[in-house]
Design a protein around this ligand. Structure first.
Ligand code: B12
Length: 216
């Protein structure tokens, strides 16, 4: 049986070669070999996806490559998701998180990982998807009596809309009863402080531990 290191390497290769089948295969191998799916996602798929992003920026890869790489990553994650969700099943929920990728932004992979990890950690997650209108966060927070409203932004041009989430929650009178959380590659703790968001999550693990802190 392949070692964990070999499996992680294969996961990177699957993304860099845009190979959906290889991504599914390596996800199955990881499950069989008892490799933590979270490690496979973070140390394998995500590392390669960031590498693809760097090559895109350097002009070595083009948009169709990024699409193909993200499809391979999604294929792999789809195999892992049932195993991940089984970990968090059948327990009481600790609280409700409304999450979505901000208006104008269609990057969803990182947001999906955060949503899955929150579910595993026993939170009820209301996933609004991507390119989410600011008013939709507010509506969903109201309807679901949310504890946390979380927005993902992957572009410097869309992260500015996270300010609107703060403002519209204030206008609707909800800001005092919900916590806000922001994340995504260009988002930083400084940005969170600047716009008045309560929590900055660097990655899915960080997001879960910080949300957990609110409920203990
Ligand atoms: C994959 C990808 C795509 C895919 C997205 C597929 C999908 N379904 O998501 C496709 C090909 C569609 C795409 C399209 C575009 N992309 Co793109 N894309 C990427 C890429 C390579 C990787 C993103 C990714 O999935 N990473 C893997 C995940 C796991 O990491 P992550 O998203 O960062 O998420 C982690 C953390 O950030 C955090 N997190 C994420 N969300 C949240 C939310 C909360 C609440 C918290 C707490 C934490 C958190 O936790 C996650 C897990 O650990 C990035 C490069 C990069 N370095 O980010 C460019 C990148 C984001 N894209 C970029 C661009 C420019 C575009 C396009 C405009 C290209 C074009 N010319 O059309 C379009 C955008 C269209 C739009 N309106 O949104 C630029 C953005 C530059 C900028 N302005 O800031 C980047 C940085 C590439 C680059 N270096 O130039 N893209």
């Amino acid at each position: 049986m392949a070692t964990k290191e070999e499996i992680i390497e294969k996961a990177k290769e699957a993304i860099m070669e845009f190979d959906d089948e290889m991504a599914e295969e390596v996800a199955e191998e990881a499950l069989d070999a008892g490799v933590d799916p979270v490690d496979l996602i973070q140390d394998g798929f995500t590392v390669a996806m960031n590498e693809a992003g760097n090559k895109f920026e350097a002009g070595e890869l083009f948009l169709p490559h990024l699409i193909a790489a993200s499809e391979a990553m999604t294929a792999g994650i789809n195999v892992l998701t049932p195993a991940l969700e089984a970990k968090g099943a059948e327990t009481e929920t600790k609280g409700t998180v409304v999450i979505g990728t901000i208006e104008g932004d269609i990057h969803s992979i990182g947001k999906d990982i955060v949503a899955t990890m929150l579910k595993i950690a026993d939170f009820k997650v209301v996933d609004l998807g991507r390119d989410v209108a600011i008013s939709a966060y507010v509506e969903a927070a109201k309807e679901n009596n949310a504890d946390v409203v979380a927005s993902s932004a992957l572009m410097t041009t869309t992260m500015v809309s996270q300010i609107q989430v703060e403002e519209q929650l204030k206008e609707s009178g909800l800001r005092d009863t919900v916590k806000t959380m922001v994340g995504g590659a260009p988002v930083t703790q400084d940005w969170a402080d600047k716009i008045g968001a309560d929590i900055y999550g660097e990655n899915a693990g960080d997001a879960v531990s910080k949300v957990n802190e609110l409920f203990t």
